[in-house]
Design a binder for this molecule. Structure first.
Ligand code: AN7
Length: 352
C-alpha cells in the first residue's frame, strides 16, 4: 500500500521546498470539498460546494501555510517564531512550533479572541502576550520586533505562509477537474484570498487547470477597509477572526479581485450569523462565524439579483465552529434539567 503524501511532499514542485527542508506534518491539507445538499437548490446555483478547512489539525486553513513557514524556519536554523493573531494563526503557530521544538510567541488582542483558540495556544505551550489593543497594533509590534531580533515572523507577511495556503486552490482543481466559476472567501488580513488566487494562477500556468475563478472576497461590515478604501482604526465585528482594520495583503487582494474579474464586498454581523446558522441547520457544517462570511456573501449576491445557475460555486469554510463556543451558545436558551423519567422526556418529544 502506498503511503499517503503529506502537503509538503504532495505539492513540492509548487512550494519553496529544498532537499534541506524538513518534511513535517500533523495531517494538514487534503480537506473535504462537499457538495451542498440543500442551499445549492435554494440559492439557485448550478453546483455549490463547501471546502471544509476546519478539518485541518488545528481547525483552520492556517495550518497549510504554517507547515511551510515553520519548516523553512527550521531549515534556516531559527529556534523561535512569533505572530500577531486574532486566534487561528496563533493556534497553528503554537502547534507546528511545538512539533519542531521551537519557542513560540503569540501576540493577541485581549478579550477579542475566541475561547477555543486561546485554549489551543495554552495547551500547545506557546508564550502568550495579550495586549490591550487590536490585531493591527499587534501586527505592527511583531513587525518591529522581528526586525530587531532573530525571531521568525510567521504572519502572512512571511511569503512561505502564502505559498503553503495556495495548496487549497490546487485541491479544489484536483477535485473538480478544473477551477470553479466563483470562489467565495472571507477576508481579514487578506492573505488567504491572495494565496488562493496565486494557487489558481500557478495551476493554470502549469497546465493543470484551464480556467481561474472569479474571486469573491467578503469583509465584515464593521471591519471593511478594502471596501471603504481606507484603514478602519477601531474595527468591530462578532467575527473576531476577521476583526482587522488595516490588512497586510491589501494591495494583493485588490489585484486578485481585479485580475479575476471578481469583487470584494462586506457583510453585516446579522448576515454572518444568519449564514453561520444556515450552514449548520441546512448542511450539517459547523463553521466559525468569520468562516460563514463566504456563504453570507453568496446569499447577499443572490438577494441583489445575481444568478449562479449553470455555475460552479465554491464557498471556503475557513475554520471550525468548535473554537467559538461563546457565539454558539449566545443564541441558546437556558436549558433547565428535568426529572429523569420516561413521562417527562416523552412529554417533550410529543410536544415537538
Ligand atoms: C477563520 O488568525 O488573521 O484574510 O490572526 O481565522 O487570510 O486574514 C485569521 C484570519 C478567515 C481571514 N477565516 O483570512 C489570525 C487571522 C478565519 C480566520 C480569516 C481568518 P485572511
Amino acid at each position: 500500500m502506498s503511503k499517503k503524501l503529506c502537503l509538503l511532499e504532495k505539492y513540492k514542485e509548487f512550494l519553496p521546498v529544498t532537499p534541506h527542508t524538513p518534511v513535517i506534518t500533523i495531517g494538514e491539507g487534503d480537506t473535504p470539498l462537499v457538495r451542498s445538499k440543500r442551499l445549492e437548490h435554494e440559492l439557485g446555483c448550478g453546483e455549490l460546494y463547501f471546502k471544509l478547512e476546519g478539518c485541518n489539525p488545528t481547525g483552520s486553513f492556517k495550518d497549510r501555510g504554517m507547515v511551510v513557514a515553520v519548516a523553512k524556519a527550521v531549515e534556516s536554523k531559527n529556534s523561535s517564531i512569533i505572530c500577531a493573531s486574532t486566534g487561528n494563526t496563533s493556534a497553528s503557530a503554537a502547534a507546528y512550533g511545538a512539533v519542531c521544538g521551537l519557542t513560540v510567541f503569540v501576540v493577541v488582542p485581549k478579550g477579542n479572541i475566541a475561547l477555543g483558540k486561546l485554549a489551543q495556544a495554552i495547551v500547545y505551550g506557546a508564550r502568550i502576550i495579550a495586549i490591550d489593543d487590536n490585531f493591527d497594533k499587534a501586527l505592527e509590534l511583531v513587525r518591529v520586533l522581528t526586525q530587531k531580533h532573530s525571531i521568525t515572523l510567521v504572519n502572512s507577511l512571511n511569503p512561505h505562509r502564502i505559498e503553503g495556503q495556495k495548496t487549497a486552490a490546487f485541491e479544489i482543481v484536483d477535485a473538480l477537474g478544473d477551477a470553479p466559476d466563483y470562489l467565495f472567501i472571507p477576508v481579514g488580513n487578506a492573505g488567504n484570498i491572495t494565496a488562493y488566487w496565486r494557487g489558481f494562477v500557478h495551476y493554470k500556468q502549469g497546465g493543470r487547470a484551464k480556467n481561474t475563478p472569479k474571486m469573491m472576497g467578503f469583509e465584515a461590515e464593521g471591519a471593511a477597509p478594502i471596501v471603504r478604501g481606507k484603514a478602519v482604526p477601531n474595527p468591530q465585528t462578532i467575527a473576531t477572526a476577521i476583526r482587522i482594520g488595516n490588512p497586510a495583503s491589501w494591495q494583493k487582494a485588490v489585484a486578485a479581485r481585479d485580475e479575476s474579474g471578481g469583487a470584494i464586498d462586506s457583510v453585516s454581523d446579522a448576515e454572518i450569523l444568519n449564514a453561520y446558522r444556515l450552514l449548520a441547520v441546512k448542511e450539517g457544517i459547523f463553521g466559525e462565524p468569520a468562516s460563514a462570511a463566504s456563504l453570507a456573501g453568496l446569499i447577499k449576491q443572490v438577494k441583489n439579483g445575481a444568478s449562479f445557475s449553470n455555475k460552479k460555486v465554491v464557498c471556503i469554510v475557513t475554520g471550525t465552529g468548535l473554537k467559538d463556543p461563546d457565539t454558539a451558545l449566545k443564541s441558546a436558551h437556558e436549558l433547565p434539567a428535568i426529572p429523569a423519567d420516561i413521562e417527562n422526556v416523552e412529554k417533550i418529544i410529543l410536544q415537538s
